[in-house]
Design a protein around this ligand. Structure first.
Ligand SMILES: [Zn+2]
Length: 215
């Protein structure tokens, strides 16, 4: 089975759901945000280094991120595969990841890119609601709270994030497309890219992805 995976997709295309489904196959979900938080709170050398950049308001340099990622992907819990989400974002990062993942004998085997019609994404995202207190997600159509405007879990007030409106979303999608196009190209050239339309629904999508990973 192909098991070392990069997952890409615009906001609202169902990346979170697919990630959860893939975890059920035994893969470990790696988010670079979680990785930074862990290294920083454990006060590792790399964590301290990363924190020094973050505290100064700078981005963590790629070489620091790649070193952390190297340690993370080499851990035993990644033996059955890993799912990288939110990384790489640039070609230099993709190149460094390609070399590093081969060095630790856990090369990237597949890049899954989710596509979704822009109008559908707008419909999905512009209906999102979030609890002010506990952060639980709801949706005006797909996941209504029992009582309108009130969180089922904690009774908190539900609100719509400011950037979940149509105009802001169109801008986010344009950025996403512009930023990822070179990466999609990079992985296409290496025959690693598979693309899925997330309109087929999360269950069908997972079945298709599973079939492909096992092929
Ligand atoms: Zn709540």
């Amino acid at each position: 089975m192909k098991k070392n995976i990069i997952l890409m997709g615009p906001p609202g295309a169902g990346k979170g759901t697919l990630a959860k489904q893939l975890i059920s196959l035994g893969m470990t979900h790696i988010s670079t945000g979680d990785m930074f938080r862990e290294e920083i709170s454990n006060k590792t050398e790399l964590g301290k280094l990363a924190a020094s950049y973050i505290d100064d308001g700078h981005l963590v340099p790629d070489e620091v991120t790649i070193k952390m990622l190297r340690n993370r992907l080499a851990r035993p819990d990644c033996e059955n595969g890993f799912l990288l989400d939110g990384f790489p974002r640039t070609i230099p990062q993709a190149e460094a990841l390609e070399i590093m993942s081969k060095e630790i004998n856990r090369p990237i085997e597949t890049v899954i890119s989710l596509k979704c019609d822009e109008q559908e994404l707008i419909k999905r995202i512009s209906g999102r609601l979030v609890c002010k207190v506990c952060g639980a997600p709801y949706h005006i159509v797909n996941k209504k709270p029992i009582k309108e405007g009130i969180c089922d879990k904690c009774g908190g007030e539900l609100y719509q994030r400011k950037d979940d409106n149509e105009e802001a979303l169109k801008v986010r999608l344009q950025h996403y497309t512009a930023d990822t196009a070179p990466l999609l190209d990079f992985y296409k050239k290496r025959n690693l890219l598979v693309e899925y339309d997330s309109l087929i629904g999360s269950e069908t999508l997972f079945d298709e992805v599973k079939k492909f990973l096992l092929s």
